[in-house]
Ligand binder design. Structure first.
Ligand SMILES: *Cc1c(COP(=O)(O)O)cnc(C)c1O
Length: 417
């Protein structure tokens, strides 16, 4: 860091402050993780200096002797890890990756079906404020109010009624297993392309802790920076040659220019890490930890959407605790427990001040925490939220913060020395 500190001491100090903040807090945000030192190193390389529009062997710039090898390694590792025939590692992030799917298979105005945002879907699955909701005709499915789970009969009925050309499954706040075969059957019945968006669960899929969409979905999109524990980026995968060709054309030249080669290298590193036995153990521990945390919270009177979790994520409805999501998240953050407030299905409150909290275990598991720490975290959350509901949380926040600091001190953040 010495040259950064010389050139720009302000940014250097802020980076150092963020390192300290990440080390000192228990991060429960389910879409985040800590990358390894190797992934960080690959990200900060001279590969950022190179333009390489096109694909390996077919570029629009000279000097690709090295970049072609790096991108090919990333592609081959993605294909091997997920068991797919084709992979595109160039999308800048999850949202542009999903937009590429629209460009590949739809015309403006065509119908797309996805999970509604308030039920756990992503903006890019046709939500109204997103380009995907403005330029296409969205149809939305949700979850049942009594079970908190997707109702596949409702999905099928909507698909038969609206005949979407594209169906998305997967989302950002779904605590349960996605039934890829059931979605595939519905997509086949109406002649739609099925896109499995595994942004949140890619690491669990890679590690064998969640069923794979391969063999069911026509295309698979994922970010690389959530449970997969790579740099900020994304991938699109397919097994059918025609789907793969359409996706490649959509990413470049359809949507993007030059790929971010430093990110491609870091994705390759993350994919190598994710193919090891350690990562399989990690993926399973993420789920074991989430179940332990969910049980602790349930036993303390927290109401969980769908009653629990099958994956890395827990969605808490705080209504029974008499506190809204935002004040709870803010108090927890001051106690060193980082969460995010979130809408819950059928939320009577407004999206910017909703009833829920969304938490998850990818980050704490990367630090090496296990079930005992999850029970402790559940107890702390209960103490803080209960104190907030009584309107007198300052002492509790201060005490919990001190205890959290003790815990984080014994579980170093991967990637930080
Ligand atoms: C995070 C996420 C995305 C978008 O990824 P960005 O990298 O934030 O653009 C897309 N789909 C799902 C399901 C996600 O969870």
């Amino acid at each position: 860091m010495s040259s950064l500190a010389d050139v720009d001491p302000q940014i250097a100090e802020l980076v150092a402050a963020e390192e300290r903040r990440q080390a000192d807090t228990v991060k429960l945000i389910p879409s985040e993780n800590y990358v390894s030192k190797a992934v960080l190193e690959a990200t900060g390389t001279v590969l950022t200096n190179k333009y390489s529009e096109g694909y390996p062997g077919k570029r629009y710039y000279e000097g690709q002797q090295v970049i072609d090898q790096i991108e090919t390694l990333a592609i081959e590792r993605a294909k091997a890890l997920f068991g797919v025939g084709h992979a595109n590692v160039q999308p800048y992030s999850g949202s542009p990756a999903n937009l590429a799917i629209y460009l590949a298979f739809l015309n403006p105005g065509d119908t797309v079906m996805g999970m509604g945002l308030p039920f756990g879907g992503h903006l890019t699955h046709g939500w109204s404020v997103s380009a995907t909701g403005k330029w296409f005709s969205p149809v939305r499915y949700g979850v049942r109010e009594d079970t908190g789970r997707i109702d596949m009969d409702e999905v099928r009925a909507l698909a038969l009624e609206h005949r979407p050309k594209l169906i998305f499954c997967g989302g950002t706040a779904i605590p349960r297993t996605i039934d890829f075969p059931a979605f595939a059957e519905i997509a086949r019945e109406v002649g739609a392309v099925l896109a499995a968006d595994i942004a949140h669960i890619a690491g669990l899929v890679a590690g064998g802790a969640h069923p794979s969409p391969v063999g069911h979905a026509d295309v698979i999109s994922t970010t690389t920076h959530k449970t997969l524990r790579g740099p900020r980026g994304a991938m699109l995968m397919a097994s059918d040659d025609e789907h793969a060709k359409a996706l490649n054309k959509a990413v470049f030249p359809g949507l993007q220019g030059g790929p971010h080669n430093h990110t491609t290298a870091a994705i390759a590193v993350a994919l190598r890490e994710a193919s090891g036995d350690d990562f399989k153990a990690y993926a399973h521990q993420v789920v074991t930890n989430a179940k332990a945390l969910a049980e602790e919270l349930s036993s303390r009177g927290f109401s969980l959407v769908s009653g629990g979790t099958d994956n890395h994520l827990i969605l808490i409805d705080l209504t029974s605790k008499g506190v809204a999501g935002k004040p709870a998240a803010q108090a927890l953050d001051r106690a060193g427990l980082e969460t995010n407030y979130n809408t819950v299905p059928f939320d009577p409150r407004k999206p910017f001040d909703p009833s829920g909290l969304r938490i998850g275990t990818p980050s704490v598991t990367s630090r090496g925490m296990g079930e005992a720490e999850m029970r402790q975290i559940g107890a702390w959350m209960d103490e803080v939220v209960t104190a907030v509901s009584k309107g007198d949380a300052e002492d509790v926040i201060a005490r919990v913060h001190a205890e959290v600091s003790e815990l984080t001190g014994t579980f170093p953040v991967p990637g930080l020395s």
